[in-house]
Design a protein around this ligand. Structure first.
Ligand code: 3PY
Ligand code: MG
Length: 264
């Protein structure tokens, strides 16, 4: 089976830069996959993407070096298994708040006896290789999103769930849950402390600490804080920031504008 290069990079102590797709287009997936991201996540939660568009986006990503992942809309076994069969090499699952959530999520990603994933790897075989079945449990990554107060309260028990490879912080939802304004890089001390705590505890359990960010600069700061996989904004934010900067330059702006993107 094709090796999961995210695991390889992390084992070598290198951070993983993860692209994020919200636009339902195989062409933009292909373009993003060729830009140097280590992995690219197709977002079926807040992205405007359904399973049919995701299929062609996975096919497009196959022509690039980026490891294909998906964020599922919810902790729903049917959706998770379908995206794995479509060729996802990692699943990011929103709103993991309890041990039961984490156990169910991991179980959807693993074949018996470890889990309850139903057999029918379809396109997973084409991307992963003919020997997909015996190795899929080893290669496919599971990231639970910690972004609720309950998730934070139950963090230790969630991190103890076998087969959960890592945590991906959803900083906007986490900020909301802690009574702050939803922002990827919150100044609120309670949110900052929570983010730091989640990163430290995840690594103490030998698991992967990931976080969504709003820009390349923010992602670089998160790496210095200890995060191992970071997303420097989604493609909508990157596109809108570049467009605003180009328009400002065309209008004769003297200094580059600090444009805020329209991504989440
Ligand atoms: C969040 O910030 O809550 C996310 O889920 C990132 O998309
Ligand atoms: Mg979220």
């Amino acid at each position: 089976m094709r090796t999961n290069q995210i695991r390889t990079k992390l084992a070598a102590g290198q951070p993983v830069i993860n692209g994020w797709l919200a636009i339902p287009s195989s062409y933009s997936a292909e373009v993003m996959g060729h830009q140097g991201f280590d992995s690219v996540t197709i977002d079926l939660q807040h992205g405007m993407i359904g399973i049919d568009a995701a299929l062609s986006m996975f096919q497009a990503l196959s022509s690039t070096p980026a490891v294909p992942m998906a964020r599922v809309p919810w902790n729903d076994p049917a959706q998770i298994m379908r995206l794995l069969d479509t060729g996802a090499y990692g699943i990011i699952c929103p709103m993991i708040s309890t041990v039961d959530d984490a156990v169910s999520f991991v179980s959807s990603c693993r074949y018996p006896p470890k889990g309850q994933r139903s057999f029918g790897p379809a396109r997973g075989l084409l991307y992963g290789g003919a020997d997909y079945y015996p190795h899929a449990d080893r290669e496919i990554l599971t990231f639970g999103m910690i972004e609720t107060r309950a998730g934070l309260d139950n963090l230790e028990a969630i991190l103890a769930v076998e087969g959960l490879d890592g945590i991906y912080i959803g900083p906007n939802d986490l900020a909301l849950a802690l009574g702050a304004v939803p922002r990827s890089e919150s100044d609120d001390p309670v949110v900052k402390e929570a983010v730091k705590h989640i990163c430290e505890r995840t690594k103490a359990h030998g698991k992967i600490a990931g976080i969504f960010c709003s820009s390349g600069e923010a992602a670089a700061r998160r790496i210095t804080e200890g995060f191992q996989i970071v997303t420097p904004g989604n493609e909508v934010a990157l596109m809108s920031m570049a467009a605003k900067a180009a328009i400002a330059a065309a209008r004769g702006a003297k200094a580059p504008i600090a444009a805020a993107g329209n991504g989440y």
